[in-house]
Design a protein. Structure first.
Length: 225
């Protein structure tokens, strides 16, 4: 009986092991025909969504219908990802988004977090860095990308407008994905991720280099990439 019990136990254990291995599936992004007609460079988004690391999304176009945040939230939900999208912007912009979410996009309301950049700067930066290090996504509205000037960036005031995203990128060591509308089409282009480790020098130099690289990217034709 002892041997029989052992064999039965062995047969019982094996299926559980096999079952667990089958549950390990890779991240899948299934974009619709509408998505591919609306966005270009979705492979760059998929690359970052698959990673366990957080990332920053710089939106350089007004997205009235919040199509990109909705797409990201839907993809995360389909994959049961731990990631969550947090939208950064001034209080007025966030209020408008929240009101619209309660009507047209009610079911997506709980998928987004909101961070008001007009609060205490140290608290905002600390919250952003914590979220990025936990693997979440920061979606920076266009009205905040350049106009939001956290205290560490004030030293650049007489030189050029540094991007707030580069400060967060260098501090948290996470990539930046930039999105903008191209003149040639109505599509929103998602550019190749901008990695913080590409830049060398002291902290200020890296912020300056990374900001300039993103500006150059946005000014360049898509055919160059």
């Amino acid at each position: 009986m002892g041997k029989l019990n052992f064999l039965l136990a062995e047969d019982y254990i094996k299926p559980r092991i096999y079952f667990q291995s089958k549950q390990t599936s890779s991240f899948k992004a299934s974009y619709s025909y509408t998505d591919t007609n609306q966005f270009e460079g979705l492979e760059h988004l998929t690359q970052l969504l698959r990673s366990s690391k957080g990332f920053i999304l710089n939106a350089f176009q007004i997205d009235y219908y919040q199509a990109l945040p909705k797409l990201i939230a839907r993809t995360l939900q389909e994959n049961r990802s731990h990631k969550k999208l947090y939208i950064l912007g001034p209080e007025l912009s966030l209020s408008i988004l929240k009101r619209s979410s309660k009507t047209v996009y009610e079911k997506h309301f709980q998928e987004f977090g909101y961070i008001n950049i007009e609060q205490d700067q140290q608290i905002v930066i600390s919250q952003c860095l914590s979220l990025l290090k936990e693997g979440h996504i920061l979606y920076i509205l266009p009205e905040a990308s350049i106009c939001w000037r956290p205290e560490p960036l004030q030293q650049f005031e007489n030189q050029f407008p540094p991007l707030c995203s580069t400060l967060l990128s260098q501090e948290a060591h996470v990539p930046i994905l930039s999105s903008a509308t191209t003149e040639e089409s109505d599509k929103v282009t998602l550019y190749e991720p901008n990695m913080p480790q590409q830049f060398i020098g002291d902290f200020e130099s890296r912020i300056e280099q990374q900001s300039e690289a993103i500006y150059t990217l946005l000014e360049s034709p898509l055919s160059d990439y």
